[in-house]
Design a protein around this ligand. Structure first.
Ligand SMILES: *Cc1c(COP(=O)(O)O)cnc(C)c1O
Length: 385
């Protein structure tokens, strides 16, 4: 536990209770543990919560994004614009389909792509943009669509971090044809591993359901429910990207917690902002004008004249039992992408090297948060006033 002065404060801890354990146990006791009725129920529940027409549950957000690109027919010879400033999976899925990831820079305030950063890297071969709502900060989808739609460039939203965030007063999840959520424990709600593609196009939903299940013409669950013999066909080369009913059972409970989680995260974020206002030049991520963040990642950009380096600051915090993290990664700086040509990415490089992510989780106490705040003031060599 993390009572004041004891134990390590983690960067994140999912809010899981007895209800999730019981729901998982019920799924096991039912005998139906693979993709089945609970997965279908979770799909309906998430779609209803975010105002999307449909949702297709899969094994992760990475597989959700992969299938989104398959559905769009993106392949070899195509370019897909992605932010380098993102978890590496955003770029990797472009490689999975044999297309070329093209890194674009991000806006300093949000860490997100914007028309002004995408436009310079568009080419006649650009087929799609993967628009990330980084750390739960909503990207301006309408503005990006204004740039992309006239050029026939598709948008896939990487909303891995963004369930529960709003854009223009509406939840993230229903602003585009293909929006991918993650239910990894580092995100806002969790199924252990898991993801979902939200879509408003019935033909996309049908194809996604087929692709996640080996390209089968009839799902295993449907076949089981029929009273007659059903011989399935394999209509195309698909994948096994299914979520299990045990995971979905957990997800149904987690979804009921979503509003409380977002509210708590927002209030802790406000408290961080208030308490850290006395550190000159420190910039904390905040809501953009067009939306409301869920503060999945509470990042802070250090001023150039901060007395210690970012990495030393991480070490000083760890010495105090505080597990902060480096800022959001930049894929173009990783060995896997060393050979990928790219335009200069100065904002990405500044944000990834100069920022850190502060602990923030539902059950974080004010005492925990005070320890983080004190750690930052101590490293800065000043006192909170
Ligand atoms: C976490 C994350 C992913 C990958 O999600 P998984 O569910 O772990 O596959 C993709 N994109 C972004 C922006 C993420 O933060």
């Amino acid at each position: 536990m993390t009572a004041a002065g004891t134990g390590t404060i983690p960067i994140m801890r999912p809010w899981l209770g007895r209800e999730e354990a019981e729901a998982a146990a019920e799924a096991v006791a039912s005998g139906w543990v693979a993709q089945g009725p609970r997965v279908a129920e979770l799909e309906r529940a998430v779609a209803a919560r975010v105002g999307a027409a449909d949702g297709v549950a899969v094994s992760s957000c990475t597989t959700a994004l992969h299938l989104a690109l398959v559905v769009l027919g993106v392949g070899p010879g195509d370019e897909v614009v992605v932010p380098s400033l993102s978890f590496v999976a955003t770029a990797n899925v472009v490689r999975y389909v044999g297309a070329t990831p093209v890194f674009a820079d991000v806006e300093p305030a949000t860490g997100n792509l914007a028309p002004g950063t995408i436009e310079p890297v568009l080419s006649p071969r650009t087929r799609a943009v993967i628009l990330v709502h980084q750390g739960g900060v909503p990207a301006d989808v309408d503005a990006v669509r204004g740039l992309c739609a006239p050029r026939g460039v598709e948008i896939v939203e990487d909303a891995a971090c963004a369930i529960g965030a709003d854009l223009g007063g509406r939840p993230i999840g229903a602003h585009s044809d293909l929006v991918a959520f993650s239910f990894h424990p580092r995100k806002v709600i969790t199924t252990g591993e898991g993801g979902m593609v939200m879509t408003r196009r019935p033909e996309h939903a049908a194809r996604l359901r087929r692709l996640r299940e080996h390209g089968m013409s009839v799902s295993a669950a449907d076949r089981h429910a029929r009273r007659e013999v059903v011989l399935e066909e394999y209509l195309e080369v698909g994948f096994n990207y299914r979520m299990t009913d045990i995971q979905a059972a957990v997800g149904l409970v987690q979804l009921e917690r979503l509003d409380a989680i977002v509210e708590r995260r927002r209030s802790l974020a406000t408290r961080y902002r208030d308490r850290l206002a006395g550190l000159p030049g420190l910039r904390l991520v905040d809501d953009p004008p067009h939306g409301r963040s869920n503060f999945q990642s509470m990042w802070a950009l250090l001023p150039d004249d901060f007395p210690v380096s970012r990495d030393d600051l991480l070490r000083l915090l760890l010495d105090r039992g505080i597990s902060a993290r480096r800022g959001i990664m930049a894929s173009h700086l990783e060995p896997a992408y060393a050979a990928t040509p790219h335009v200069p990415l100065p904002v990405t490089e500044r944000l990834t090297s100069g920022s850190l992510i502060l602990p923030l989780f539902h059950e974080m106490t004010e005492a925990d948060q005070n320890r983080v705040v004190e750690g930052l003031y101590s490293a800065a060599g000043t006192r909170e006033r």
